[in-house]
Design a protein around this ligand. Structure first.
Ligand SMILES: Cc1cc2nc3c(=O)[nH]c(=O)nc-3n(C[C@H](O)[C@H](O)[C@H](O)COP(=O)(O)O)c2cc1C
Length: 353
């Protein structure tokens, strides 16, 4: 059987209501988070992960506050902020460098159904950094504080920050994280690398205990989320045993290796012995079938609003579902040649019956 698709697939942000103002305090310990990933974790892919096995918290891709603040960019910003009802708690991630634009966006987000607001202070993308946002904020700490204050003063949503250890040197983490923790954040996500390191070196797990100590000293009320090279529940189980002070673990690229990574293999197992579900070939291809259907529904919806949702980027997702089984390579080549979702659907139909 294919996954059930409800008649109303997507709920525009305006239609949702805010269900839990201080959700961070109601999460299990430890909790899991799907990382924000631009071009990946849009509403369609979050729906896929929610179906495969959800994390405790979802984050959106990041939205530029200056886009939201401008008339020209607002529609696009709002489309990025569409959410659906089953993904609560969900945090809207935003980036920028203008406190005034943070103010406008923070005010608006409260009415868009989100449970939290996160500020990106770690993105290494050169366009984002040139615009003064993402990891560039590490080098403009006073501006970073102004942006956090501006967001906090203009929303009752809990405000969090996602960042890296520093801009160029690992040793920056003490001053930078101290400064952030002094802002009384609801949560702080630390990607255990510097901006300069991009994702080219292993995450610095050796710093976790020092970061916990900083958090405990400066802001014990702030939830600490660790990110970088974490791929599955077994790894989270081990990290939690070694560092019980960490509140949450965030998985990003791990979902490419296994979109079922948040789903426990055995739902009866205790948290200390959880492993991620390893899907069968059929489960993966059924998830791909769902992705094709959700893609079509989203495209129709956006076209109705006068926007586009292109087919080509969808192809990047095929390798998530068509991997690690006999004949996967040949099937993937066939799918990559498809020009429409209908062509792709025909190819996988006999394999998912
Ligand atoms: C394709 C892609 C897009 C990303 N977009 C964002 C983003 O919009 N906001 C953000 O905070 N981090 C973004 N990241 C970084 C991830 O959230 C995460 O910090 C990073 O991938 C390290 O975690 P991982 O090893 O679990 O993947 C992105 C990463 C990737 C691979």
């Amino acid at each position: 059987m294919l996954y059930y698709i409800p008649p109303t697939l997507f709920y525009t942000a305006e239609l949702c209501y805010n269900s839990s103002m201080n959700f961070w305090d109601k999460l299990p310990h430890p909790f899991t988070v799907l990382a924000p990933m631009e071009g990946v974790t849009d509403i369609v892919f979050r729906h896929i992960i929610e179906t495969a096995g959800r994390p405790n918290v979802f984050f959106t891709e990041f939205t530029n506050v200056s886009s939201y603040a401008s008339e020209k960019g607002r529609q696009n910003a709002l489309e990025r902020l569409d959410i659906f009802e089953n993904e609560h708690p969900i945090v809207a991630q935003i980036w920028g460098k203008e406190p005034e634009h943070f103010k406008k966006t923070a005010t608006a987000l409260e009415g868009l159904g989100f449970d939290g607001l996160d500020i990106n202070m770690g993105c290494p993308d050169k366009h984002v950094n040139k615009a003064g946002g993402g990891a560039a904020m590490i080098n403009t700490p006073e501006l970073a504080i102004d942006c956090i204050k501006s967001a906090k003063e203009n929303t009752s949503l809990p405000v969090s920050v996602k960042t890296r250890l520093g801009y160029s040197k690992i040793s920056e983490y003490e001053n930078w994280l101290t400064l952030l923790l002094q802002q009384d954040l609801a949560a702080l996500t630390v990607h255990l690398r510097t901006k300069k390191e991009m994702s080219k070196v292993p995450a610095h797990f050796e710093l976790i205990d020092s970061i916990i100590a900083l958090r405990d000293k400066i802001a014990p009320q702030t939830k600490l989320i660790i990110n970088g090279d974490i791929e599955n529940l077994e790894q989270i189980t081990d990290l939690h045993a070694a560092h019980p002070g960490v509140d949450g673990f965030m998985i990003g690229r791990g979902v490419f290796k296994n979109p079922f990574c948040f789903k426990p293999q055995d739902s009866k197992s205790t948290p200390s012995e959880q492993t991620s579900h390893i899907p069968s070939q059929k489960e993966l291809l059924r998830l791909l079938a769902l992705h094709l259907n959700l893609f079509d529904a989203r495209r129709a919806e956006l076209e109705n609003r006068g926007s586009k949702y292109s087919y080509e980027p969808l192809k990047h997702f095929y390798k998530i579902y068509v991997n690690n089984f006999d004949g996967a390579k040949e099937l993937r080549i066939k799918l990559m040649d498809c020009k429409t979702t209908d062509e792709a659907r025909k190819i996988i139909a006999p394999l998912i019956k």
